[in-house]
Design a binder for this molecule. Structure first.
Ligand code: CP
Length: 357
């Protein structure tokens, strides 16, 4: 059976995102109207990686809709520890639940799960690749806090290489008109080329800078990120980047009066706690808005059981593997090594990494 999965927000038209946002806003204002929207439904949360916000906001979203929960938040207490494949786990759990939410450390894992799931699958973060429900959270935050998703100068600061939240957000905001992006990072942690290519295709402008102090005065939105220690090959490389960008009240004073500061959280030390009291800081509200948009998403996927999007449309090339060693296709050997594109530079359909044939 086909299901409507949320693997990558860009699999859907902007109209779909806007409908989700409208529903999320209505749920935010009138939560009691939706208290029985998912009565009798069960959501499974399969978290192969640590999480506070995503996991608990999905769980509370389902509980506030009248549904129930199963799942694990530590694969070592499940049969994953005995070597069960992602495919088998997904197939089994989707037989118990009506919707499956998965977080996994490897890029492409959510799409791999959707290939065998017998229910809708939601990507709750797949390695350094994508985090579409964080993006929906960010879009709802911008709608509620800035009043628009258009004509904004959006600064993104920190680990732009490994931060899946910034990749998803930039892809999404480039679909709304008039947005300009300011990428603030060290040369080692720059935005990946494939994201910049997407901006070019959408005609969205961007610039890359290294100084937060110099950029902050021009911004309407500042999206701070954590340096993703878990994605570094060595502690030495991590400590060379740590503390490069720290937002404090002195830097915040250089910003426009209506700047809004977002952060997907968790924070380590890239925003000092004295900033929390400033009305420009909306990251704690942002985490709460995530629950409302996840309620809207669960309702929408469960009420669209006859709609689907194609998961794979490319082809395999004999002997060719994805060049991203972390890609799920390189560890779950039964998966098709499927690529799209023309010429000798093709894109993995699971993790979007380019591979030379
Ligand atoms: N923003 C986010 O994904 O937070 P968690 O890792 O706590 O879920």
């Amino acid at each position: 059976m086909n299901y409507l999965h949320l693997i990558d927000l860009n699999d859907f038209p902007v109209k779909f995102w806007n409908e989700l946002l409208e529903l999320g806003i209505d749920i935010y204002h009138n939560p009691e109207k939706y208290a029985h929207a998912c009565d009798g439904k069960i959501m499974a949360t399969l978290f192969y990686e640590p999480s506070t916000r995503t996991q608990m906001s999905f769980q509370t979203a389902m509980l506030r809709l009248g549904g129930s929960l199963i799942g694990f938040d530590n694969p070592s207490t499940s049969s994953v520890a005995k070597g069960e494949s992602l495919s088998d786990t997904t197939q089994i759990v989707s037989g118990y639940a009506d919707v499956l939410v998965i977080r996994h450390p490897q890029p492409g894992a959510a799409k791999a799960a959707a290939l065998t799931a017998d229910c809708p699958v939601i990507n709750a973060g797949d390695g350094g690749h994508l985090h579409p429900t964080q993006t929906l959270t960010d879009l709802l935050t911008l709608r509620l806090e800035k009043g628009t998703l258009e004509n904004l100068n959006i600064g993104l600061c920190g680990d732009l290489k490994n931060g899946r939240t910034v990749h998803s957000l930039v892809k999404a905001m480039s679909c709304y008109k008039g947005n300009h992006f300011t990428f603030i990072s060290t040369s080692e942690l720059k935005m990946p080329q494939y994201i910049k290519d997407i901006l070019s295709v959408h005609g969205a402008s961007f610039k890359e800078v290294e100084s937060l102090e110099e950029a902050i005065g021009e911004l309407d939105v500042l999206y701070m990120t954590r340096i993703q220690r878990e994605r570094f090959k060595s502690d030495e490389e991590y400590f060379a980047q740590k503390d490069t960008y720290v937002l404090d009240t002195a830097k915040l004073s250089l910003s426009k009066p209506d700047l809004k500061v977002l952060h997907p959280l968790p924070r380590v030390d890239e925003i000092t706690t004295d900033v929390d009291k400033n009305e420009k800081a909306v990251y704690f509200k942002q985490a709460k808005y995530g629950m409302y948009i996840r309620m809207a998403l669960i309702m929408t996927l469960l009420s669209n059981e006859n709609r689907s999007i194609p998961l794979l449309s490319g082809k395999e090339y004999p002997g060719v593997c994805c060049s991203n060693e972390l890609c799920i296709t390189n560890s779950e050997s039964y998966l098709p090594k499927s690529f799209v594109g023309i010429g000798d530079n093709v894109e993995c359909e699971f993790c979007n990494e380019r591979t030379l044939l």
